[in-house]
Design a protein around this ligand. Structure first.
Ligand SMILES: Nc1ncnc2c1ncn2[C@@H]1O[C@H](COP(=O)(O)OP(=O)(O)OP(=O)(O)O)[C@@H](O)[C@H]1O
Length: 913
């Protein structure tokens, strides 16, 4: 078997597969087959070393990668193992740990419970807005997004509000520390965690509970971490906590570290050997993906970085086509060029390649618009990754918020979102009173509503509306309560001696088991929302026989709404453990009798059993009046929203068929990321460079290669940030298997400005050796300038657009545009002359290695690099480049408010500060 697993692997890959004892650092260059090695390593551990599959934990970066890995392992092993390795992202792994064990951190009944909510960015922003309001800070002065960014940064560096406050050096930072503290408290009150917390709380849990930590250490004997270069501090700590046995294999490529903005610390990979001095380092340096030209080009770019270990990637695919370069006159022209190329590619590749696939990559999402428009003109279907996801639609978010409330009524953000959606007469004033009660008593909004209703603290009309809402949520909760009751009963008699032996995730029975201990004290406010999805509605005549037996406080108090929807009254736990057990046994007795009677009728759901997830969604859709409100609206938009809600019910049906719990369903919706939307079947994919990591395409377009756009303006004065942008460029270039085209627009419209602004070529273009590049017919080249440096608005050059006669595609789909256009100085595009001219001009401006070789020109005015300046219109900024001298000198300034501008010195009216 070993020989089979090692077949078709190069010696380094083989080493990576069989070196399973002790720490291993697998430095895997782009396209060097690390996914292959990881999957075969897992199979090797199981098949050759006899390691139980479920003692292997492999952590990947996206859900999609985890799923793909799972499929690949299964394929290699041919479904031979019943137990499975755990393949998950850090976040989903942490959710599972916390859903199982978070209550181990509760002290004297205080702390989060397993029904915690996960807050996404919208939820987080809502909390920050509350904090701003409470502190009297105008959200225009301090944008919630900015505050949130700082909070997330602090969390990823494991800094708490107190530490943040102590370290703050200015009033703004102090304010953020206060916001952070309120934010933290609000989430706690709402029994909620944000994405960063998922990691932090898991670290805290494993550190604080040796019992829990030991259990995970006993369970997972082999730890594999993919994309190690992108791990942040909490992830690093998790690696240490979970990998204390030393069988840790981290796989990564420091040249592909692109997530520092999420707190990723490249030092984790650079210093792995320090953390584990006995670590074995294996380098995978043969690239199987790209041609030599592409690889060399990408290698030359990333070689400019200093923060790297360095490696010699090589490929057996010698030569290949040159890297294409197209310098468009403007953004529209760039988009048309791309659409045209794709059109031709799809037409011709269809004849030769099995499944033509290509990707258009950009630095920021907003760049997609023009490309989308152009593709539509060419009637080319495309798939966009990172657009508005299904789960982001407002109606879907609303119903998910109802579900979140069913799971955890203390989730104040979910409550705020739907308390008056659809409108039910709970206005702003009412909610302000509720918030005041919550604030003064420290209660959650849900409890505050309860108090307001009980103590009659609001006008009658408001109270009726609040009561109605409260009852709706309680009824929905009651519908699923029976599941808890039933499984609890089953588990009470079957708690294993050693809980370790039944350790596993996603197992509904196990979840109930862990809940059993806390059930008595928490029965009224901690519902387990695990579902048993295997039942259909029962026959309606059974209502009368079963409902009274199991009637509950909730039913008595709230009439028969839930029953009207669900003919079987649900079981809700009473408060004492003895009562609970008695009630459960009674329920079980009834069940047993009924089970026997119904053995022949499997199609019906058993009376008293919990509602299924789709049933719950339908109940919420109907009882909340949401669908009715949309129907009343009767617009095409409202009908399509209804369709979306039906689709959500379908998603729930799928989840039910996979045996997922409500937790898992909501967790899935919360953890879906941009990259997960990628579909391998799409022929044309549009996505950001970040989302493209780990993927490969025969044809890749890298667009918007302009200073200020890529590298992003934020990083122009920050060497570390610049290195990360360069790595991003490297990631983008190495996605290409056969053909890579880099494009740039000389003019680009920014922030909806009237006139497109002139741009400068990205420095990354400069770093690609000229011998590897071919001009693909950039219009208007060779006018004595490169990258439009002298062709800014100031010299009045016209720019092309859809409307320009000679740029417009001729007609229909057979148009040909771009590559056969006249190039530099009227010569055919792509001719040796043109290319030479073009790059000669470029060389003059930047020199071979711009970073080192560009001599700083001495200007008369002292407007040198790094000098701070003020412009009458753009305000303050810093000079980042000076080109030329005398009257014609061009000064590039990074303005604080307006981004990068290139100005002619003599006209610029720049004042040195
Ligand atoms: N030994 C091999 N022989 C032939 N093809 C291989 C071999 N190893 C890997 N490949 C192929 O090389 C390509 C890249 O492999 P893979 O996706 O595993 O690389 P990677 O290291 O994960 O890349 P990246 O880090 O750039 O995302 C795939 O198409 C894979 O099938």
């Amino acid at each position: 078997m070993a020989s089979k697993l090692l077949e078709k692997m190069n010696p380094q890959q083989q080493d990576g597969i069989v070196s399973v004892d002790g720490p291993v650092l697998l430095l895997a260059g782009a396209g060097s087959g690390k996914t292959r090695v990881i999957t075969h390593r897992i199979a090797y551990l199981i098949e050759e070393r006899g390691v139980p599959a479920d003692s292997i934990l492999a952590v990947t970066f996206t859900n999609k990668a985890a799923k793909e890995m799972e499929e690949r392992v299964e394929k290699i092993m041919g479904h031979s193992s019943l137990a499975k390795p755990t393949l998950a992202t850090f976040h989903s792994f942490c959710v599972r740990v916390l859903r199982r064990d978070i209550e181990a951190m509760r002290v004297n009944g205080v702390g989060l419970t397993r029904t915690f909510a996960i807050y996404d960015e919208t939820d987080q922003q809502a909390v920050v807005k509350t904090a701003l309001k409470r502190l009297g800070i105008d959200d225009k002065q301090l944008k919630p997004r900015v505050a949130l960014g700082r909070i997330s940064w602090a969390k990823n560096h494991m800094i708490d509000p107190q530490e943040y406050f102590l370290a703050s050096t200015n009033p703004l930072e102090e304010k953020i520390a206060h916001i952070f503290e309120i934010y933290r408290k609000e989430l706690f009150k709402a029994n909620a965690l944000d994405f960063d917390d998922l990691l932090l709380e898991t670290v805290r849990l494993l550190k604080s509970s040796s019992e829990v930590r030991d259990r995970y250490n006993r369970r997972y004997k082999y730890l594999l971490i993919d994309e190690y270069q992108d791990t942040n501090r909490p992830q690093y700590e998790l690696m240490k906590l979970l990998g204390s046995h030393g069988n840790v294999c981290v796989v990564g490529d420091e040249d592909q570290s692109i997530y520092s903005w999420r707190g990723a610390d490249i030092r984790n990979i650079l210093e792995f050997e320090k953390d584990f001095p006995e670590a074995k380092t294996i380098r995978l340096e043969q690239n199987y993906r790209s041609t030599q030209n592409i690889l060399e080009g990408a290698g030359a770019v990333v070689a400019q970085n200093t923060q790297r270990k360095g490696k010699n990637l090589w490929t057996a695919r010698e030569g290949g086509s040159l890297i294409g370069y197209y310098e468009a006159s403007d953004g529209e022209n760039e988009a048309i060029f791309i659409a045209d190329r794709i059109h031709k590619y799809l037409r011709t590749a269809g004849e030769t390649e099995e499944a033509p696939r290509c990707a258009v990559l950009y630095r920021t999402n907003s760049q997609s618009r023009l490309v989308e428009e152009a593709l539509r003109r060419y009637q080319i279907q495309y798939h966009m990754v990172g657009g508005f996801s299904f789960y982001d639609r407002s109606e879907v978010k609303d119903i998910l918020s109802y579900l979140k409330l069913v799971q955890n009524p203390h989730d104040s953000i979910a409550l705020g979102r739907v308390v008056n959606s659809p409108t039910r007469g709970i206005g702003k004033t009412t909610m302000e009173v509720i918030e005041r009660i919550a604030l003064t008593t420290g209660m959650s909004s849900w409890d505050a509503i309860g108090k307001a209703v009980e103590d009659r603290l609001l006008p009658q009309r408001a109270l009726i509306a609040l009561e109605g809402f409260k009852r709706l949520i309680e009824d929905a909760r009651a519908m699923i309560g029976a599941s808890f009751a039933e499984k609890l009963l089953e588990d009470v008699g079957a708690i294993p001696e050693d809980a370790d032996t039944s350790f596993g995730f996603g197992d509904a029975e196990e979840e109930s088991l862990a809940l059993a201990a806390g059930a008595a004290e928490e029965a009224d406010n901690t519902f387990d929302t695990s579902f048993n999805f295997n039942f259909d509605f029962g026959p309606s005549e059974e209502v009368s026989t079963i409902a009274p037996e199991n009637a509950t406080d909730t039913d008595a108090a709230h009439g028969i709404d839930a029953i009207a929807f669900n003919p079987f009254a649900p079981v809700v736990l009473k408060k004492s453990a003895a009562d609970t057990r008695k009630q459960l046994l009674e329920a079980k007795e009834i069940e047993n009798t009924r089970d026997r009677a119904e053995a022949e009728r499997p199609a019906f759901r058993k009376p008293g059993d919990p509602a299924t997830l789709p049933e719950l969604i339908k109940f919420l859709n109907d009882r909340s009046g949401y669908i009715r409100a949309l129907e009343d609206e009767a617009t095409p938009e409202s009908f399509s929203r209804i369709e979306n809600l039906k689709e959500l019910a379908n998603a729930a049906q799928d989840a039910q068929e996979r045996g997922e719990t409500l937790h898992e369903f909501l967790d899935h919706a919360a953890l879906v990321s941009d990259a997960d939307q990628y579909s391998a079947d799409a022929r044309v994919t549009l996505m950001t460079l970040h989302a493209a990591k780990g993927l490969e395409f025969p044809l890749v377009f890298l667009t918007g290669m302009e200073e200020g756009l890529f590298p992003h303006s934020r990083t122009l004065t920050d060497p570390t940030g610049l290195e990360e942008e360069r790595r991003l460029c490297y990631v983008g270039m190495t996605r290409a298997m056969d053909t890579l085209v880099m494009t740039r627009a000389r003019y680009r419209r920014r922030y909806g400005s009237d006139m497109p602004e002139s741009s400068m070529a990205s420095r990354f273009l400069e770093e690609v050796p000229t011998r590897l590049v071919e001009d693909l017919g950039s219009p208007g080249m060779g006018m004595g300038s490169a990258y439009g440096a002298r062709r800014g608005n100031e010299d009045g050059e016209r720019h092309y657009s859809y409307e320009d006669e000679d740029q417009r595609p001729s007609s229909g789909l057979s148009r040909s545009y771009g590559s056969n256009r006249a190039g530099i100085g009227g010569k055919p595009a792509g001719s040796i002359d043109n290319v030479a001219n073009f790059f000669a001009a470029r060389g003059q401006k930047f020199g071979g290695k711009p970073k080192l070789a560009v001599p700083e020109q001495t200007g008369k005015t002292g407007l040198q690099k790094s000098v701070r300046v003020r412009h009458p219109k753009y305000g303050e900024g810093m000079v980042v480049q000076r080109e030329g001298d005398g009257d014609d000198a061009k000064i590039t300034v990074q303005f604080h408010q307006h981004g990068v501008k290139k100005l002619v010195e003599k006209f610029a009216q720049l004042q040195i500060l």
